[in-house]
Design a protein around this ligand. Sequence first.
Ligand code: GLA
Length: 715
Amino acid sequence: MAIRRLGDENTWVLETELTAYVLGVDKQGGLQHLYWGDRLPLDRDYPRPTLALFDSPFESPRSIVYEEYPAWGGIKFTEPCLKVCHADGVRTSALVYDFSEMSEGAIPELVIGLKDSQYGLVIRLHYKLYEEFDIIERYAEVANDGARAVIIEQILSAAWAFPKGTGYRLTYLAGRWGAETQVRRLSLEQGKFVLESRRGLTSPQVNPWFAIDGRERATEETGRVWYGALSWSGSWKIVVEQTSLGQLIVSGGINDFDFTWLLEPGEVFKTPVFVGGYTTGGFGAASRNMHGYQLKHVLPKAQGDGSRLRKVLFNSWEAVGFNVSTDSLATLAEKAASLGVELFVVDDGWFGSRNDDTAGLGDWRPSPRKFPNGLKPLIERVRDLGMEFGIWVEPEMVNPDSDLYRGHPDWVYNFPTMPRSQGRNQLVLNLSRNDVKEYIFHCLDRLLSDNDIAFVKWDANRHFSEPGWPESPEGREREVWVRHVLAVYDILDRLRQAHPQVAFESCSGGGGRVDLGILRRTDQVWPSDNTDPLDRLWIHEGFSYAYCPKVMSAWVTDSSRDCLAFGFHSAMAGSLGISANLNQWSPEELELARQKIAEYKEIRHIVQEGRLYRLTSPSGTGSNAGVSLSAVQYVSPDQDESVLFVFLLSRQFRTPIPRTMLRGLRPDCVYEVTGNGPHAEPVRLSGKALSSLGIEPALSASRDSLLVRIRRTDR
Ligand code: GLA
């Protein structure tokens, strides 16, 4: 049994294939976190709740144990998961154990009920086990069973606790626009380190993912790593707190900054999911578990088998910018189709009076000047060429210079007495208002109903300011941070239901909305507006810590023309696309593109659905002094096929290229290795040899790159 109670005690053990998570009720009725780590052989191995005194007038028995879901109240000062204000002004809570429910099945679930009887507040903590991936999903529901409204001031999804001690290290993904998902590491000391977005969207500054390793330090392949990610696409926070008593707690969820939620009697508030996992296989295993979990349990399945491989797309943005029209795109579409492109996406510029970023946003009708007969003639042309058609929208935003804003200046977030700050000349529509949400849903629904569209790129190119909702019901003004996200989710969910053939891509000026919440309803994400193939190696590496390559769109743009094979290989490590002015490409460049796209179609099932191994980091780990290279390998789930990308970033003094040791192959099977250099003969070696001795990548000059294929053979 994956979830069981120990004897008749109120202690529960949650076991996945390799890990265990234990929680239990102490003598005072408090719910304690007891253990998260390796699965242990005996029930008596697992700790039981205790309450002891610590010799200090400033602590309490409660403050020195780990509370499973700490609510603010009593002698406890760590980050609370819950802080409420009752109608009588009381602002603390006393939660005690109430009930538990266990359900087995494909995804075993435990629900623990806590209550504050004084005020009729009931908290249900949910735990869902993804045993095969050693992952637990946690979220909380708060129900107001009392007679008066409660104001929620802080409600996090979960707090994860770690074996008491010090010397831990935090890994996280940070950056900014154009430099997203850079891997950062920090040794933890007493204090709090907060990862967060207060921007209304997930943000490119920090991604809602974390990993913790112990004093002994994990590597790519070995060592204890605990990790987690939030399933939320608005303002969020993850607090990493090392206390004075050696506790380490990572709590996270919706950001409480400027947030309150009014919970009327009978209402329930549900937090987003906080996913957590533990492995002893280092950062590599942590990533592969996350990837497997996403492929099987997170990504939307509405398109039939749910494992449909992502199509090779062409996007107009880096080719023609806002200058889209049937004429300007017809030749590009022909060229793209001749290269093997499967999906032709018209980016910004097709609607309203949109000629640059100052006008038109919000008017989701084809520009009468650029598309006098609507989109149909272009769509038909694209379909005749054998491609699907996709389109860009930015539904949450509006330019003041638009018919929508002129008609409804009150439809944006605003404080009536304050200026409306513009970002990229635009304002944020108040989707917390039902009328605005319905209007946007119907615009998009009509667009997809009237046209043969197979793909939507959903963008969001500014963060929130002046988040006022002047018409809000009393006491609900500060709910906008959450209501907006729920409205986006609702629109996407309804569109997917009404148009199951349409795939969606999430974009926010690049990788500003990449998280498990949006990935439950979009098929891929745009990780960065930076398409430099070298910079992308770092962005892709960080991205791969948390998210699977299948969802990672990567385009070859004109910035790759001085190293086109390198550019293709860099982009083939995810879901391949092109966005470049193909009209200016030489016949040789077009031929190379044709070859690479054909090659990608042969390997994409391995890249998109295989297991990823970061062999050599572009940041240097694993390279020789004098040589900087990056290598990443993908192995098909049956271990019969693999593909290896190696990139030479720089080389001095003719330093020999270090060998690259492969991973994930069956040691006793024979594999044929091809593509290690333009003139290489295929070699046949055992999986063991490929991992112990590796191969010497045939690279010599910077920006050389290789796509090496490894296939199991009988001989
Ligand atoms: C954002 C996106 C780009 C492109 C432009 C269009 O910056 O990240 O890919 O769609 O908007 O304005």
